[in-house]
Design a protein around this ligand. Structure first.
Ligand code: ATR
Length: 273
């Protein structure tokens, strides 16, 4: 059957093989999906070896998303804007690069959480790769305001400039965390602070009881950001749904079939409880 992998370093704890195996089962698709640990200095070699062995596609995770972008011979529009690739498709000697992270985030917020972003006040925390990947899909939902807050102001301003070229009716702001004093409808944590159980310094005023606080990171226990948001009464959501939805977009690109991602997310939540 057709072969796929998720490539990263580390990769042992990736949930992607289980997610894609369940998608394949539920859609009646025949495919094989494995983890592939690439050496930190050997991403391109690992991809070329996998293509030579007949591989059809790959998901790419940390720390290789920029290298996957560079290695692609064709790119989707959203991958170009993100400057990073998390999904590769190999056919006819080409390497097609896509980025399904941002669309997966939006799908989880809008479809699974049932929170519309249209006309809303959004706050994006962070201005690195994860934030950049979310920019276009978030703007396509036509929020009223998008504020980008970052520890390093200049990077938030760069992202604000890029956002201006992608939207003409959303109010776009850039600031430091300390400058935030008003509340938001949706706050998305795209910083990597969660990895160190850290959280940007946010005033209590940014949260209200209707705020959806979303952490793009998924961990077994709530992140420091979600604990802070919960302590201020906000609604909290971790990145498990984004993980499932970005996988569903990749699966659809490879197989031409849309898997029942909502069902798989519900199954995973049930198994974790
Ligand atoms: P990723 O691909 O995960 O986005 P990245 O491109 O290195 O990784 O970006 C990391 C983001 O998290 C940046 O916005 C970074 O802030 P700076 O631009 O000021 O470096 C942010 N970040 C990392 N650790 C943080 C922390 N402890 N507190 C607040 N922001 C943090």
């Amino acid at each position: 059957s057709d072969q796929y992998v998720v490539i990263g370093n580390p990769i042992a704890h990736s949930k992607s093989p289980a997610i894609h195996a369940r998608f394949a089962e539920l859609t009646g698709q025949q495919l094989d999906y494995q983890r592939l640990l690439a050496p930190l200095d050997g991403f391109a070699g690992a991809v070329h070896d996998f293509i030579a062995a007949g591989g059809k596609g790959a998901n790419v995770t940390l720390p290789f998303k920029l290298e996957a972008f560079a290695l692609s011979t064709e790119l989707s529009e959203r991958a170009k804007i993100a400057g990073a690739v998390n999904t590769l498709k190999f056919e006819h000697g080409s390497i097609y690069g896509d980025n399904t992270d941002g669309i997966g985030l939006v799908a989880d917020i809008v479809r699974n959480a049932g929170v519309s972003l249209r006309g809303k006040r959004l706050l994006l925390l962070g201005a690195g790769g994860a934030a950049r990947g979310a920019l276009l899909p978030l703007l396509q939902e036509q929020p009223a305001v998008l504020t980008i807050a970052n520890r390093t102001l200049a990077k938030a301003q760069d992202l604000q400039e890029q956002a201006k070229s992608l939207s003409d009716n959303c109010e776009l702001l850039a600031c430091r965390f300390e400058d935030l004093q008003q509340s938001f409808d949706v706050i998305i944590n795209a910083t990597s602070a969660s990895i160190n159980d850290d959280v940007p310094p946010l005033a209590a005023a940014v949260f209200n009881k209707n705020t959806l606080a979303y952490d793009m990171m998924y961990a077994a226990a709530p992140t420091a950001f979600l604990r802070l948001a919960a302590s201020h009464g906000a609604q909290c959501r971790d990145g498990l749904g984004m993980l499932v939805e970005q996988a569903a977009e990749a699966f659809a690109l490879w197989r031409g079939v849309r898997p029942p991602s909502g069902q798989v997310l519900a199954e995973m939540r049930a198994a974790l409880m």
